[in-house]
Design a binder for this molecule. Structure first.
Ligand code: PDD
Length: 280
């Protein structure tokens, strides 16, 4: 694989980052994941805008312009011959060669890394045809989940808790209400109405969420953005998640309770179809 590190395209085995990099020592870094379908970037603009928002929120410098970022994405897709897959982008606050809680001086260069992940079958996914089983877990993450930082230890542990319980993923609960999935936004559908948590600092402002809600509205579907409990979701007709890496993923079971007939619901399937059609 050819990867990108601080201005250079290199074989992945030649790519190097300082051991003092704050991304490594302090999780002082933000990231984006953009999907590729038919060799084309999906919603690059949305991801670039959110990256800028994350960088601004943490007083981090922009490593390059949006146009340069687009060029890097396109070049990596081409060099690695990605037809279906993902591009991972990470920007860290860099390093001034030591460990310190205080940020390094403003002229410290940020670190920027991008790599591709080849995922044939991302669109026509067997996992999406089956639907996901999820469990619920406490949300013990920090309070700025709207910033896409690389502090992913707890979401990663959540995914492992799900696997251990024989499920695929976890939804997190805070103060009695579902926040989001470990790496996706969460929805349920009852009597034809799609319900999802409103945007705030409590959840990531999903790029796929925005696109899917727009498409649902255009398809005359009813949407309610409000807080909801896991019990409400368990009694739903269907449920689903959205993310750049899995698009619209039907949820067929929550905490061992099957939703509807336990197969992917019609609204989730329709939205997945519309999303894949319109994004291409
Ligand atoms: N995760 N919520 C969380 C906590 C996420 O990590 C993600 C994305 C989303 C969905 O956002 P978007 O639609 O912009 O992908 C919601 C990425 C895919 C990841 O960590 O791999």
């Amino acid at each position: 694989r050819t990867v990108y590190v601080n201005g250079e395209y290199l074989p992945e085995t030649d790519a190097k980052i300082s051991i003092f990099d704050r991304g490594f020592l302090m999780a002082d870094a933000v990231y984006e994941v953009t999907s590729v379908l038919d060799g084309k970037l999906i919603d690059f603009e949305g991801h670039a805008v959110r990256l800028k928002r994350s960088l601004d929120a943490l007083d981090m410098a922009e490593p390059c312009t949006k146009d340069e970022l687009l060029d890097i994405h396109r070049k990596l897709v081409e060099l690695n011959e990605i037809n279906e897959g993902l591009i991972y982008l990470q920007v860290t606050r860099g390093s001034d060669g030591d460990r310190d809680f205080v940020f390094p001086s403003e002229d410290t260069a940020p670190t920027i890394v991008l790599f591709t992940q080849n995922k044939p079958g991302l669109a026509d996914s067997p996992a999406a045809r089956k639907g996901a089983k999820i469990i619920s877990i406490d949300d013990i993450r920090w309070g700025r989940r709207d910033i896409k930082t690389v502090q992913l230890l707890y979401p990663s542990m959540g995914k492992m808790m799900a696997k251990k319980a024989g499920a695929d993923d976890a939804w997190m609960i805070e103060d009695g209400y579902v926040t989001e999935g470990t790496s996706n936004n969460a929805y349920f559908v009852k009597n034809g109405t799609i319900v999802t948590r409103p945007l705030s600092n409590d959840i990531l402002h999903g790029i796929t969420r925005k696109a899917v809600l727009r498409m649902a509205e255009e398809a005359q579907m009813k949407i309610e953005e409000r807080l909801f409990t896991i019990d409400e979701a368990k009694e739903a007709d269907e449920a689903f998640t959205t993310s750049a890496s899995a698009f619209v993923m039907p949820v067929v079971e929550i905490d061992g309770v099957a939703l509807g007939d336990g197969t992917p619901g019609p609204i989730a399937c329709r939205l997945r179809e519309i999303y894949l059609e319109e994004s291409r």
